[in-house]
Ligand binder design. Structure first.
Ligand code: NAD
Length: 483
């Protein structure tokens, strides 16, 4: 591979260029990448791709597809396992780059999220290898279903948890036999570049995994408009999902959109209130920049005061600080523009007559916004209905289970929900009645990778996870043979 300029990010060398056809390729222009931990210090000047880079990357992916899709599943699986091994070897470097680049707590990166990246590759290596083609007799014939690799896939990721999300979306595409062009978000582009190096080191043939850096409206739009692309896998905001959906429709290309969330956290009086309050306070971690977060607290009126007292104590114990410090429990926000967006949400809520119970202001000297709790004047308040994506929770009460479900289902989103109850029957009833892609009861974030993952309503289109992602990345063919 040709030498390319590298930025030293916390002492880790990271290429700032694209990776196209197995080679590092410089951008004609660059964009600045800064750290939420020290905004005054530039981390890197990263390649800013446009139409030319997009065309070249898709061309390389077409060539890479020709080689990769012809390999046996076991050969592809072996390569994916080598990527997983390398991720594990570089765990600490990747965790540090990710923390410096986008701000999430180093502890959770080091101990959890990078390891999940390796698991994503291992899981899909196993899935690719283990897959048996469905086969059955019918009306004097044998039916067999073949999964044909679909072609080059474009993967577009958001700035939050970029490494984990990129691996979650890239691994099934590769396992299905597709080549990939990954376009990470411009606010956190660096860990994807480390991943690109690891795919080369793992021996993936040139063009099978390509990385293009740049701005969404420029290179992202060019990639999704390219008619040679056969799948688009997107995670991000509803606004971008609409644009990508239009581009996909123009070329009749299947796309998945994992979009935003406005999840309820429902607290019934019969639950372990301390556990529920701890879970609610945990939603502030990573400054609430988590799509699955339960940001609408719906609390049975009879226990509102007791719950609020427990939540206040746990919120007061949070430590806003440098994400590299293990004592820190709330990370800074990713970017000053995002901090300003969150601040504007709270300011509008205040002006509209919602009650700020605590927080409601930024910290000076860092990109932190204080953990905030708001009691809305009405359920149709903007702060209840719109995704804030910051450390802002709302608190509403309900009198009956039916009212709790009605409130839970009252936004246009439907990604996730969290329920706290001591009753198994209620857990079953409420879990089934809530409109969401996933409902956790008395727990959060635990999920087997074979389970479907995705949202209802404004939260997205399609399902990832397990067979769902492999089906998405394949063209299914039915073979019928007369007996
Ligand atoms: P965003 O939509 O602004 O950007 C996401 C990606 O799309 C970036 O890489 C961006 O460069 C690219 N992009 C922007 N315009 C484009 C265009 N016209 N064509 C092609 N690509 C384009 O989202 P964001 O602000 O980076 O991420 C935050 C959002 O992501 C939140 O809404 C959050 O809930 C959501 N999210 C959802 C999930 C999930 O699994 N459902 C997970 C994480 C984040």
């Amino acid at each position: 591979m040709t030498e390319s300029p590298r930025a030293a990010v916390g002492g880790v060398e990271v290429s700032v260029d694209h990776l196209i056809g197995g080679e590092r390729v410089a951008g004609e222009h660059t964009f600045e990448c800064r750290s939420p931990l020290e905004w005054d210090r530039k981390l890197a000047d990263v390649a800013r791709g446009g139409v030319a880079a997009a065309e070249r990357a898709v061309g390389a992916a077409v060539d890479g597809f020709g080689v990769w899709s012809e390999l046996d599943a076991s050969e592809r699986a072996a390569a994916l396992r080598r990527v997983a091994d390398l991720i594990e070897e570089r765990n600490d470097d990747i965790a540090l780059v990710e923390t410096l680049d986008m701000g999430f707590l180093h502890r959770s990166m080091r101990e959890r999220l990078v390891a999940r990246g390796a698991l994503n590759f291992r899981f899909y290596a196993d899935m690719a290898e283990a897959h048996a083609e469905p086969r059955w007799p019918a009306r004097g014939t044998t039916h067999t279903v073949q999964r044909m690799p679909a072609g080059p896939a474009v993967v577009i990721t958001p700035w939050n948890a970029p490494f984990m999300l990129a691996t979650w979306k890239v691994a099934p595409a590769l396992a299905a036999g597709n080549s990939v062009v990954l376009k990470p978000a411009e606010w956190s582009p660096l860990s994807a570049s480390v991943l690109a190096d690891l795919t080369v080191e793992a021996g993936l043939p040139a063009g099978v995994f390509n990385l293009v850096q740049g701005i969404g409206s420029e290179v992202g739009a060019a990639l999704t408009a390219d008619a040679r692309v056969r799948r688009i896998s997107f995670t991000g905001s509803p606004e971008t999902a609409r644009r990508i959906g239009a581009a996909a429709a123009a070329n009749i290309v299947p796309f998945t959109a994992e979009v935003g969330g406005k999840g309820p956290l429902i607290v019934f009086a019969d639950c372990d209130l301390e556990a529920a309050a701890a879970q609610a306070a945990a939603q502030y971690e990573d400054s609430g920049q988590v799509c699955l977060a339960g940001t609408r607290l719906l609390v049975e009126a009879a226990v509102r005061d007791e719950f609020l007292e427990a939540l206040a104590a746990r919120t007061a114990a949070h430590v806003l600080g440098d994400s590299r410090d293990d004592a820190t429990t709330i990370a800074p926000m990713v970017h000053p523009d995002h901090l300003a967006r969150v601040e504007a949400f709270v300011d509008r809520a205040r002006s509209a007559g919602d009650t700020i119970v605590w927080g409601g202001r930024r910290r000076t000297g860092s990109l932190h916004y204080e953990p905030t709790l708001i009691e809305p004047a009405a359920n149709d308040s903007e702060i209840v209905q719109s995704e804030v994506f910051g450390p802002v929770l709302t608190l509403q009460t309900f009198a009956t289970e039916a009212e709790a479900v009605e409130l839970a289902n009252s936004t246009r989103y439907g990604l996730s929900a969290i329920v706290y109850t001591g009753s198994a029957e209620r857990a079953e009833r409420v879990g089934r009645a809530v409109r969401a892609g996933i409902v956790w009861t008395n727990t959060f974030l635990v999920r087997d990778l074979s389970a479907p993952f995705g949202g209802c309503g404004l939260s997205g289109i399609g399902r990832e996870g397990g067979d769902h992602a492999l089906d998405f990345h394949s063209d299914l063919k039915t073979l019928i043979l007369a007996d």
